[in-house]
Design a protein around this ligand. Sequence first.
Ligand SMILES: *Cc1c(COP(=O)(O)O)cnc(C)c1O
Length: 425
Amino acid sequence: MEKTPFVTLEQLKEIEKNYPTPYHIYDEKGIRENARRLKQAFSWNKGFKEYFAVKATPNPYIMKILSEEGCGSDCSSYTELLLAKSIGNVGSEIMFSSNTTPPEDFALARKLGAIINLDDITHIDFLEKVAGIPETICCRFNPGGYFELGTDIMDNPGDAKYGMTHEQIFEAFRILMQKGVKHFGIHSFLASNTVTNDYYPELARQLFELAVELKQETGASIEFVNLSGGVGVPYRPGQEPNDIMVIGEGVRRQYERILVPAGMDNVAIFTELGRYMLAPYGHLVTKAIHRKETYKHYIGVDACACNLMRPAMYGAYHHITVMGKDEHGKRVIYDVTGSLCENNDKFAVDRDLPAIDIGDFLVIHDTGAHGFSMGYNYNGKLRSAELLLQEDGSVKMIRRAETPADYFATFDFEGATIKVDAEDK
Ligand SMILES: *Cc1c(COP(=O)(O)O)cnc(C)c1O
């Protein structure tokens, strides 16, 4: 499939009057329609709930839109819990799926009544000491080995730090029941950014079989199965996207085959999707500010890896549209670079693009999840603004850009604060 931006060049020129590049912009209409499709795909399950993985796009305006579409919040830290609380998601609207959890995070999760997902068997004692054991709890499972679909190795859970072994989860259930837990869930995250309709159904099969075993051996009341994140998006043009209806139907088949005959037809399905909910509905908008010709053709833009780390960190592909340029006109093989003193600060390497002029807008696609949120301040770079393209076509700023004062806010130097003096402007 071709990738077309959800904003036009005319809109970008209009936006520029109020908001300079670079910025992240999100498409409210796309977010809502996608969230409704997900809900529809799992409407066969009475208790279905998506807990949006806050780390993907930790902005309360975005979280609020999703909560209006019925989504809870999947949090993994103290500040993510506070974000969930700020939009009114408390109690069972929060799934607290963390690992290596600090005591104060557990304490806040308990105080907010979040559903706690235990990453390890030793966390039972830890949680009991710092916050007490709640009546509802979830345990995270790691089957070890490789996660395969057919002959494809999708990921390597045996090498991942998360979750309990098969033996440990049975032991954890027994201990938790003795400590008064009444309602259980199980969770697992076995492969990331899967672009196949078979991931969730296969994960569901493994978790449903485990749920039946756990119930039969421990007598625990298993009330939900959390399929977590991992449903991906096609970052490359031409990649076949997931069909969420087919995925929902695939999970339903396993449910009917495994849980229903075991008398477990009341189990709710939960998801913790991040990327699938947001990635396609965000763009990083940047402008070409330099062209450099040495051993390669370079286009320097006003965004850098601090605004989008995935290409530098994982070599991830993000599609780029040069706005207003004829795709069939003159083309050049470019490296598109940011300004960090780091040679991996490149949004694209050897990318065949329409010839770019200084001042052209470049739209970097699929940055709505794990984009802004992975930002950092290396080289004294500042985080950009986040904008929301609302359903009526108007644009609202949902986070201002950082200023030097934000960067200096956490220290005093010899008693004085560092600030931008009039002469530095
Ligand atoms: C990262 C994460 C998610 C979301 O993953 P996506 O790939 O963005 O869907 C969900 N749950 C947990 C526990 C995670 O760590």
